[in-house]
Design a protein around this ligand. Sequence first.
Ligand code: MG
Length: 288
Amino acid sequence: MRTSWGSATDRGRVRSLNEDSLLAYPPVFMVADGMGGHSAGDVASRLAVEEFSQLAGRTSASPDDVHQCFHRTATRLRESVAAGRTAGTTVAGVAIAAHDGGSYWLVFNIGDSRVYRLSGGDLEQISVDHSVVQELIDAGELDPREAVGHPERHVITRAVGTGAEPEPDYWLIPAGTSDRLLICSDGLTSELDDGALRSILASVADPQEAAQQLVSSALQAGGKDNVSAVVVDVAVATDSPDVENTVRAPDRGATEPGPDGAWDDEIDGATIPRPTSQRQTSQRPEVP
Ligand code: MG
């Protein structure tokens, strides 16, 4: 399956450092939103991108390939973060997968970065957040419309690097010829609702322009967090032979330190792990 894609990331208008990192290089497209403060978060998200980059250039990736990337990221995080410190990262994305002779999207997620699919004009969120707010919605205790302003909206319940072994969720879905996928950090979805996402994705044909417009719209809406977007299109047979060979170097977020080399974990918009004392065990959905 041939794809074309675009990506954009920005530290936003409040934060001094971009702790998001992203990768857009077939067969893998992903976003990682690091956390930990004092430049540990950007290290965590960059490690994830480095490990998933090992799949770059293949025609497809298997669930085991992707799971190994999660495993290696967690191992390297444990080794590279100083004792007594915590660093972690969300990881959400898609890999092109071959299954029963057909092309599929292998969607993967840990945390509250997201994967959406625009198909036939409809926008559908495929990944399910690992967050306190999502748990409250699932339990029927919170109306989804109230999630945006919820005080615990940035508290996530799973991440790579905060526990023992990462527990990603996976979905294997058939790829459609008109699919457009969006992979993004919560800095995008906390500023733009689904209607705004759909409007840009449905109206901007070029994936690079679409990614840039999504990010700039989030900045205009406040830009309170780092914001990242990767847009992936299925490139059906076209008269442009360049599509197949347009391979861009892996992208990642800027990593310049803040004025004092530090930032505040409590700043509005920061993704933060749930305190260990509140951690609950949640059932891992079946891998298809
Ligand atoms: Mg974030």
